[in-house]
Write a protein that binds this ligand. Structure first.
Ligand SMILES: *Cc1c(COP(=O)(O)O)cnc(C)c1O
Length: 467
């Protein structure tokens, strides 16, 4: 190995002083940038010692460090503009939080709080107290409890009531949702035994009744979050199932998934069963997510009969599934918006309520500005969806812009360039071009969106964008 050549490698401090790299120090922290430089120099050294190739020039090493820093910067959590038209996009962080929730996180998170402290007695208190009373008020249930997410909620319920015992589920509801949540597997892992009844399309109350045994722990209903069975179909009404459970003394549970607290029909969407309805139907426990239609932080919420909730509270597994103060603060603030009837404080509902003509007007303004910059963009009505395991078949009338694929540009070049913009923009790819649905993009971000599109198209035309 040529020691002489390697001695020519630039010193770390020289690289750190380069203006582009110094900018990354502000963004990523000097320690991280130093690590990146060390890594690049290590690679250069080992390449040079393996081959007789010359050591790269200073400028090339600077460029390599740049690239590695840019990659690192894109790995952190960054704000993204969601142009997919899917409001509750699990990959994009589901529900944006209300100002009230963000303020609560700031207030509670920046200091100490009475998280597990009873200010009246000075003794240890329960972290679930306040949020439980809000859950009672907003759902109509006797009591409520919060864990990490809805999957954890189901796991806790199964652990508490169904270990080594039987859970009866309709064959039409053996769901798999994203991220590896398959109901039969969750049941097996929790130590419960799955008893399937009925057929894919037809289930009768009688099927449940005949499957009852001394070993039956629960009757379980699950929400068909991401599919529908249509045609020759019979199902058991939730109230009927609840009545059967009461008659035979077996708790009836519903995995509601999204857990709407208000009626979606007011947004022109099909009606979605609400938490309140499930409680009124007599379900003993209802589990749902905090970050789907509730529009709050990631959480799993269980509401229902006080006697059953207190058994869940006493379960040691709860300790492992408990939520942080920031989550509790944000959830309580979100629930408070509902209890005060201020659903429009919740970003999800403001987005759902935006009239299509308003979105179309924004789209037309954007398209005109893009055309002025010589970009072939058209405003168009579109169809988005609620997402997050709600109303899988219900289109959400929306609007946005379409940019046709340029003949000299591969179909996904612009989409890929926009993902690398700052902030990154996630779009929908269509046959004719890319579509940017405006319903999930705040109007205040339109200018940013416009500038990013112009930047990426120009760079793409210059053939340096969208590698
Ligand atoms: C989304 C969903 C879950 C999982 O909820 P997480 O909060 O993501 O854990 C469970 N069950 C149903 C029916 C769902 O739709």
């Amino acid at each position: 190995m040529d020691q002489e050549r390697l001695r020519a490698l630039p010193a770390v401090h020289r690289l750190l002083a380069e203006s582009g790299i110094a900018a990354y120090c502000a963004e990523l922290g000097t320690a991280v940038v130093k690590q990146i430089i060390d890594g690049v120099l290590r690679d250069v050294r080992s390449d040079a010692s393996l081959s007789a190739s010359p050591v790269p020039r200073f400028d090339d090493i600077v460029a390599m460090v740049h690239l590695a820093c840019a990659h690192e910067a894109s790995q952190g959590l960054v704000e993204v503009l969601n142009g997919t038209g899917v409001l509750l996009h699990t990959n994009l962080g589901r529900a944006p939080l209300a100002q009230e929730a963000l303020e609560a996180i700031r207030r509670i998170g920046s200091g100490y709080s009475n998280l597990e402290y009873d200010l009246e007695t000075g003794a240890r208190g329960s972290r679930y107290e306040r949020v439980s009373s809000l859950l009672r008020a907003t759902s109509g249930a006797e009591d409520g409890l919060v864990v990490n997410n809805c999957a954890a909620a189901m796991f806790l319920i199964l652990d508490a009531f169904a270990k080594r015992r039987e859970v009866i589920v309709s064959r039409s509801e053996l769901i798999e949702i994203g991220g590896g949540f398959r109901l039969p597997d969750v049941l097996t892992h929790s130590g419960a035994r799955l008893v399937e009844v009925g057929t894919t399309n037809k289930v009768y109350l009688d099927d449940f009744e005949r499957a009852l045994s001394a070993d039956t722990a629960l009757l379980l209903r699950t929400h068909m979050s991401n599919y529908r069975i249509v045609g020759f179909v019979t199902n058991v009404a939730p109230a009927e199932l609840a009545a059967l459970g009461r008659r035979v003394g077996v708790p009836v549970i519903e995995d509601l998934g999204s857990g709407a607290l208000i009626d979606l029909a007011q947004f022109g969407l099909p009606h979605e069963r609400t938490v309140h309805e499930a409680v009124l139907d007599g379900l003993d426990l209802v589990a749902f997510s905090g970050d789907k239609l509730l529009g709050g932080p990631q959480a799993g919420i269980i509401v229902g009969r006080a006697s059953l909730i207190s058994r869940l509270r006493a379960n040691p597994l709860l300790r492992a599934l408990r939520v942080d103060k920031a989550t509790l603060a944000a959830l309580a603030a979100t629930l408070q918006c509902y209890s005060e009837g201020r659903w429009s404080a919740i970003p999800l509902y403001r987005m759902l309520a935006a009239p299509q003509h308003e979105l179309l007007e924004r789209a037309q303004g954007l398209a005109e500005n893009l055309q002025r910059a010589e970009i072939e963009a058209q405003a168009r009505t579109m169809e988005g969806c609620a997402g997050g395991g709600t109303l899988p078949l219900a289109p959400l009338p929306s609007a946005g812009i379409v940019i046709p694929h340029a003949p000299n540009r591969g179909s996904n070049v612009l989409a890929s360039a926009l993902r690398k913009a700052s902030p990154p923009i996630v779009v929908r790819s269509e046959e004719a071009g890319i579509a940017i649905d405006l319903r999930a993009i705040p109007a205040a971000r339109d200018r940013l969106l416009q500038d990013a599109v112009i930047g990426c198209v120009r760079a793409g035309t210059a053939l340096s964008c969208g590698n």
